[in-house]
Design a binder for this molecule. Structure first.
Ligand SMILES: [Ca+2]
Length: 244
């Protein structure tokens, strides 16, 4: 399929930093790939390369940051010949594709949420997307709607569901140095199990503190120069410290 204009849009949300959201390619060296890399969105596009200058048509544009925040993000790609408007959450990036060609020539198959048969695609291996994608519109075709009705021209691979399961994580932002959350403990329990994910620009900070029942000491988990240190203090005993 050869197009002079393209209009592609969808919304996505994820907790993952990396993943292929969309990929299509053709036999003349054309391709379009949308991926998350280190929580930034990258669009790779080539409208074709001549055999003499294999890389001349390659263009990569990055937008956004911290997109692995489990919030919906909307992407809109509009192309007219060489010119592309890449819009992420209302922020528009306008650029011109490199190279001399102005038609995007793709095979009839376009992938969303990842790529099947990596070895058949001219794509170095990249992790497939994990998260939710909705309202996929590809040049006027409502792909999400076709997929929902399991139309025969849609192929599924792996675990694809028609729902968006929110992970049971609710992010909390600690914007200042004196912010914390205090939760009620269970006294005299002889085990303690805590798990959480975190992200910070700071290299130092207290992550977790708990006092033991009956003044039997305390446990703290701190971020120290980018490393996690745990220390357990008990009265009359040497403070136990270890790095995780
Ligand atoms: Ca082309």
């Amino acid at each position: 399929v050869s197009t002079f204009e393209d209009d592609i849009s969808f919304n996505f949300k994820t907790l993952e930093q990396d993943g292929v959201l969309m990929h299509g390619e053709g036999s003349q060296g054309d391709y379009i790939t949308v991926e998350l890399k280190q929580a930034q969105l990258l669009l790779h596009i080539s409208l074709g390369s001549s055999p003499l200058h294999a890389s001349e048509g390659h263009t990569t544009v990055a937008v956004g940051s911290l997109l692995d925040d489990q919030h919906w993000h909307s992407l809109h790609i509009e192309r007219l010949g060489h010119y592309v408007n890449l819009t992420l959450d209302g922020e528009v990036k306008r650029f011109r594709c490199r190279g001399t060609f102005d038609q995007l020539d793709l095979e009839t198959e376009v992938f969303f949420g990842g790529v099947i048969d990596h070895d058949k695609q001219h794509l170095i291996y990249r992790q497939n997307f994990r998260g939710c994608v909705e309202n996929i519109m590809f040049n006027g075709v409502n792909v999400a709607e076709l997929a929902r009705h399991r139309r025969p021209n849609i192929r599924f691979e792996g675990n694809v569901g028609h729902y968006c399961q929110d992970q049971l994580t609710t992010p909390i932002t600690f914007a200042g140095i004196n912010n914390y959350v205090q939760v009620q403990g269970i006294p005299r329990r002889n085990r303690l199990a805590v798990s959480f994910r975190f992200r910070s620009w700071d290299t130092v900070g207290l992550l977790l503190y708990t006092g033991f029942s009956d003044n039997m000491g305390s446990l703290e988990m701190v971020l120290s120069e980018g490393q996690i240190n745990i220390s357990i203090a008990q009265p009359g005993k040497k403070k136990l410290e270890f790095a995780a």
